[in-house]
Write a protein that binds this ligand. Structure first.
Ligand code: CMC
Length: 428
């Protein structure tokens, strides 16, 4: 392989270094381009821009491969727990027995959230969107745990903030769910593992008894694992860029929550169910909606189809589709929107418009159906995505700091007005 790429500008040849990753991904390093040539690159939506070197997640969109720290997503979803995967993403290797016990123990010691936070949480209207609540509450943790604000904190202090965030996020998500029902919160039970404790705070009882079905715990572990990281997506890039200004972890993750909220990213799981409901209530004519999605004069898109990087299939969707069938069968649920979903999938996968553009069902097409089967209201779906994505965001933020990445600050090509003379308001 050649070690440089040649760029010819105004008759001058510039040699730009080639960088190769461990999975043979190749990049042209343009870090000195502007200094050497006066040019910048223009890449709206960063479709061709590698923003960093990262050792966390590898994905190959053409082949449908996703690995966390070298482990295939299929193995992790099958054999691991969410907490193990969180440890793997954040610290780089799978924990041994002592490490996972210690990790679990530390997290259980920090699951309570400062009671004063409840005061302003109570002020949110009960119908306000859970993602708005989540993003505000996560940012507010920085006010209640101000030791996180020091960018010069020691490694131990940073690690403690990470533990606190992992612990308190599950409690906060359960508060938001309880508020949507108008129910009182259930406090954490620290003898329980991470996922069971979360489910107990949402669907459990206030007594000592724990009545969470293993099938549900297993499905939740899988869902959280499948969402745990996805390299430099919109929200992870947001977390890294906010953190690159030395902003504290809570505020950086809160920004990630906001980025995730949009229906083109994590909000798609909510949008999928809303779309399926709409099609059902409209008489269930799937062809009509597929045609709408294909019509360039119609802004409607099939939610849960297509992906910026997967152009073959989404490996998470494959696993989740099976998990979806399993859980519906085990819980004995017969959901009419599932029939619409299956028909839609069938039509879209054989329609040339979708085939040519390589638009396959993505993870969000199925996750919403499982969340719904577990009993979560539609507006909670993206919050659950955020709970799953948290270890990935933390790992990305930590790596960015440890790499010593510079503050994120893209360039632009200015296309506005040139010099204009100020005109007094009386003369405009
Ligand atoms: N329905 C209909 N047409 C679509 C869809 C869709 N869902 N997605 C893409 N297209 C068409 C698009 O109109 C364009 O057609 P043409 O080439 O004729 O102009 C072509 O496919 C390429 O689309 P794009 O918008 O350039 O692709 P992108 O990489 O910028 O966008 C996407 C990717 C995920 C934003 C987009 O596919 C989409 O809006 N999907 C629906 C929302 C969704 O499900 N999002 C969740 C993504 S998975 C969760 C996550 O990881 O965040």
């Amino acid at each position: 392989m050649s070690e440089t790429a040649q760029l010819i500008l105004d008759g001058i040849t510039y040699n730009l270094p080639i960088v190769e990753g461990t999975e043979n991904e190749k990049a042209i390093d343009i870090a000195k381009l502007r200094d050497q040539t006066g040019y910048v690159t223009l890449d709206s939506g960063f479709k061709n821009t590698g923003a960093t070197k990262s050792a966390i997640t590898f994905l190959d969109g053409e082949k449908g491969i996703l690995k966390y720290r070298g482990y295939g997503i299929e193995q992790l979803a099958e054999k691991s727990t969410f907490l193990e995967v969180a440890y793997l993403l954040i610290y780089g290797s799978l924990p041994n027995q002592t490490q996972i016990q210690d990790f679990q123990h530390q997290i259980s010691r920090h699951t309570l959230v400062h009671e004063d936070m409840k005061k302003f949480f109570d002020g949110f209207p009960s119908k306000s969107h859970p993602m708005g609540q989540l993003s505000s509450l996560v940012c507010s943790l920085s006010a209640f745990y101000p030791e996180s604000l020091d960018p010069q904190a020691t490694k131990e202090e940073f690690d403690l903030t990470i533990i606190k965030l992992l612990a308190k996020m599950a409690t906060i998500v359960s508060w938001i769910y309880k508020k949507s029902l108008g129910h009182p919160v259930i406090y954490p039970k620290n003898k329980l593992d991470y996922v069971t404790n979360f489910l107990n705070m949402t669907f459990g009882q206030r007594t000592e008894e724990v009545v969470i079905d293993d099938v549900v715990v297993d499905a939740m572990n899988k869902l959280l694992i499948l969402h745990a990281d996805h390299e430099q997506n919109c929200s992870a890039s947001t977390v890294r860029i906010v953190g690159s200004s030395d902003c504290n972890l809570y505020a950086s993750i809160s920004a990630g929550c906001s980025a995730l909220w949009g229906p083109l990213h994590g909000g798609a799981n909510q949008a999928v169910i809303e779309m399926l409901e709409k099609i059902k209530n409209d008489g269930g004519d799937v062809d009509k909606w597929v045609n709408k999605a294909k019509d360039k004069n119609d802004t409607f898109r099939l939610m849960g189809f297509g992906h910026r990087v997967y152009k073959n299939f989404d490996p998470r969707a494959k696993i989740i589709k099976k998990a979806c069938d399993d859980i519906l069968e085990k819980l004995g649920i017969n959901d009419p929107v599932l029939d619409i979903a299956k028909k839609l999938e069938e039509v879209a996968l054989s329609d040339p418009y979708f085939v040519e553009r390589k638009l396959y069902p993505n993870v969000d097409f199925y996750s919403g159906i499982i969340y719904r089967a577990l009993g979560f209201p539609t507006e909670m779906f993206t919050v659950l995505f955020a709970l799953g994505r948290l270890p990935g965001w933390i790992a990305q933020w930590k790596e960015m700091r440890e790499n010593g990445d510079p503050i994120g600050r893209p360039r632009q090509i200015y296309v506005g007005e040139n010099d204009r003379e100020y005109v007094d308001i009386s003369k405009r």
